[in-house]
Design a protein around this ligand. Sequence first.
Ligand SMILES: Cc1ncc(COP(=O)(O)O)c(C=O)c1O
Length: 398
Amino acid sequence: MKQDIGDLALFGGGKLFPDPLHVTRPTVGSKDIFLDHVNAAWDRLWFTNDGPLVRELESQLERELQVDHCVLTSNGTSAMSLVIQALGLKGEVILPSFTFVSTAHALQMIGIKPVFADIDATTWSLDVDHCRALITPETSAIIATHLFGDTADIEALEALCRSENIPLLFDSAHAFGCTHHGKPVGGFGVAEIFSFHATKTFHTFEGGAATTNDEQLAARLRKMRNFGFSDFDHIDTIGTNAKLSEIHAAMGLTNLAVFDDTLIANAQSHDHYAKILATFTGLTLRTPPEHVASNHHYVVAEVDHDTFGLSRDNLLQILHAENILARRYFYPGTHRCAPYAESNADAHLPVTENLADRIIQFPGGASIPQEDITKIGWLLAFLAANANEITARMNRLA
Ligand SMILES: Cc1ncc(COP(=O)(O)O)c(C=O)c1O
């Protein structure tokens, strides 16, 4: 542990963690269960193309998410691309800038203009009034994000989309296992998409899904993920290869079997941070409102430079030097990322821009040892106590 600010790795001291500590480490269930599934696939010599493990995982997810149809895909981005194309979206689609860049790319790559709306300063969900102001005759949908284990302003967005007669979709990559007024995320809007990337709280190594209660949409998505084939000789529609393999589904079945434990472990990590951050001022942990049961997978805090004493970016620099690879998700906001910056040079998204400058994500989730959180907490308290001296020394180094 550090006795003096000279012991900080940034100033030449030893690193607090010998190996990089990422914001999430994959959660894993039982290796034996995983290998049993893999052995069964091996014996069947059936590795992909809508195999029994994929079908089993789809059924289990439909039950878990209380939704009629779950269509597994190779990743979350392909699920979003398929839904966008299956619904025949065109023209313009409204989405938050404060989200992962994949949705904007999925739209832009097929010539649909992503129109970036701001988020609400309290909920961090798409600002419904701003969405309303951005609607034009070209608007074909709104795609909201359930962010950081919280849910979007679902009812207000539904009302807006109903009155405009446009579909509402959700990027639910951060919200697997969350509920909104007791109903699981997965059955809202016309469709929701999930990412099952290894960094997510439920994962299939790589993978994703679209969930919907619309039978026709689900049938179209199933064909589109397999080149448009409806049977051996019939190709009814344009499609691509967005299938999930049996090995990926095996990982999903393994992780789903322990998902209740994962949620408990996520909550323990989150609570541990909450207790630590309450011992000093300046880092406010994001906690969802009461109507949301969070998956607690994301440990996100707002840095108040004035009360914490260090800027968000100085804090990040210090943590990275200690091998704590905290992130400033989502920075700088999609509308400021290179492919979108020029066409959005006049965009005014004050809440997004302000939040992108203040937010930090700490290592969390089910797989981080509690002792590591204790060490991070100790370091954060040390930084808070010595912030002025540290800032002065960083300024001299700059
Ligand atoms: C909010 C959000 N949406 C979409 C995606 C894309 O998912 P995938 O990486 O599975 O394509 C991610 C992935 O990190 C994400 O965080």
